[in-house]
Write a protein that binds this ligand. Structure first.
Ligand SMILES: [Zn+2]
Length: 447
């Protein structure tokens, strides 16, 4: 009887003691999506309740096995990170589908003291080739604050992402163009950036990266710095009125403080709404893009230029600043706004200092926006024809006199409207470049 009790007691002890735990080690592969370029080490995370005793990492390439690492621990170890690399002697694998096996044993006394063993297999696709990228053609140059077009090809069996990237980190997506594997991007040189450069970047699932720099003649454009004195009429009228409306200015009494918040915080929020609304690029294939020279206000006189760096003065001191990212045009009060290009209305609502503001997408990530309208005659989702009356000018938002704030946006970046108002510029920089790209692509197909 005593022996039996002792046996049951011993059994219970073994069953409940942490020294005899029965759970296998945990094994995971960190930050990997199933592809491997053989360059970046694989990182495995190993852990166990009672600590790890040993592990082995093996790569199986058909019939051949390679040891990628193994270790025996004198003391049980927790939270082990294993960085596995292919031995330097191996330069080429026989297949591009391999299996990595991680075997880990813990320090438990279970299993007649041999511990619990986890054997985990990770199938991986080996891809050591970088994407193939090539610039087919592009606009000859780009002006500061302006736009350009680039056509290129990208190919990789495991392509993950590609885009045109500027020196300052702006990214422009591509739209499929003309034939499989070719893409077109409109790109922009932000007016607030002095040093411009653009590179096509492509990356595959295994992390192989290719780059091709886009050769563009850089044209300096002179932009003005303007000193504007805040008038009593503006501060007491428009600013007081807007301060009541915006939540950012609730509880703020000082007129200059109100102005600063409206010109800085509210403006930033309004501009980020514009940026989000205008960042989409369609993914259906196109083979033409025809755009008419823009002049949305008949007999409109230009009152304020794009790219003006505005400083606002009060009692002789600069109190705030901003960049003017559109062209101000005025004719008669509540004049009809008639864009020369059709498209899809993507926004038609009030947007802070921009007032009532419709935005139209003309394709390829090219958008136009119309600020300070008194009335909008379209709604988001509408398709509008060229020369339709979409709105009337007005004084909504942060303005004094009736005018139109006309903006052109390329994938979220405000650009110089004058280029898109110039038929010859459009032909040389957009239409001709696309035609030339098609010719080159056709010739590539012949060879
Ligand atoms: Zn304006």
């Amino acid at each position: 009887m005593l022996l039996l009790i002792a046996a049951i007691g011993a059994g219970l002890f073994v069953f409940t003691s942490p020294e005899f735990e029965r759970s296998k080690p945990e094994v995971s592969l960190v930050g990997n999506n199933g592809y491997w370029n053989l360059k970046t080490p694989l990182v495995f995370q190993l852990d166990d309740e009672s600590g790890l005793k040993s592990y082995t990492v093996t790569l199986k390439d058909g019939a051949t096995s390679y040891d990628l690492g193994h270790e025996q621990f004198v003391e049980p170890k927790h939270d082990v990170l294993v960085r596995a690399e292919v031995p330097e002697s191996v330069s080429q694998l026989k297949t591009n589908e391999v299996v990595i096996t991680v075997e880990a044993a813990d320090a438990s006394k279970w299993n007649f003291l041999s511990g619990n063993v986890r054997k985990h297999e990770f199938p991986l696709i080996i891809d050591t080739k970088r994407p193939l990228v090539s610039i087919i053609t592009n606009s000859y140059g780009i002006g500061k604050g302006g736009s350009a077009l680039v056509v290129y090809s990208v190919a990789d069996p495991n392509l993950r992402d590609f885009h045109v990237e500027t020196k300052t980190g702006e990214r422009f997506k591509g739209q499929p163009f003309f034939k499989e594997g070719f893409f077109v991007s409109l790109i922009a040189w932000p007016v607030t950036v002095d040093d411009f450069g653009a590179t096509l970047v492509a990356e595959d699932e295994a992390g192989n990266v290719s780059k091709a720099s886009i050769s563009l003649y850089l044209k300096e454009v002179d932009y003005r710095t303007r000193e504007l004195t805040l008038s009593e009429r503006y501060l007491e009228g428009k600013i007081r009125e807007l301060a009541q409306e915006y939540h950012e200015t609730q509880g703020v009494e000082g007129r200059i403080e109100q102005f600063k918040i409206i010109n800085e915080e509210v403006r930033a929020a309004n501009e980020s709404l514009i940026q989000e609304t205008t960042s989409h690029v369609p993914d259906e294939m196109i083979d033409t893009f025809s755009i008419n020279a823009m002049y949305p206000l008949r007999n409109g006189k230009i009152l304020g230029d794009f790219g003006d760096h505005r400083y606002y003065r009060y009692e002789g001191k600069r109190v705030s600043e901003s960049y003017h990212l559109g062209l101000d045009m005025a004719s008669v009060k509540q004049a009809q706004i008639t864009p020369q290009n059709g498209g899809e209305v993507v926004f038609a609502d009030e947007n802070g200092i921009y007032g009532n503001m419709p935005i139209i997408h003309h394709g390829m990530g090219l958008y136009t926006l119309y600020g300070h309208c008194s009335m909008i005659h379209v709604k988001a989702g509408d398709r509008v024809e060229a020369n339709a009356v979409i709105a009337n000018t007005g004084v909504t938002g942060s303005v004094l006199g009736d005018h139109l704030h006309f903006g052109v946006v390329v994938q979220g970046i405000d650009v110089r409207p004058q280029e898109w108002m110039d038929e010859q510029w459009i032909r040389l920089n957009i239409t001709d470049v696309m035609d030339e790209a098609k010719e080159r692509i056709n010739r590539l197909g012949d060879s």
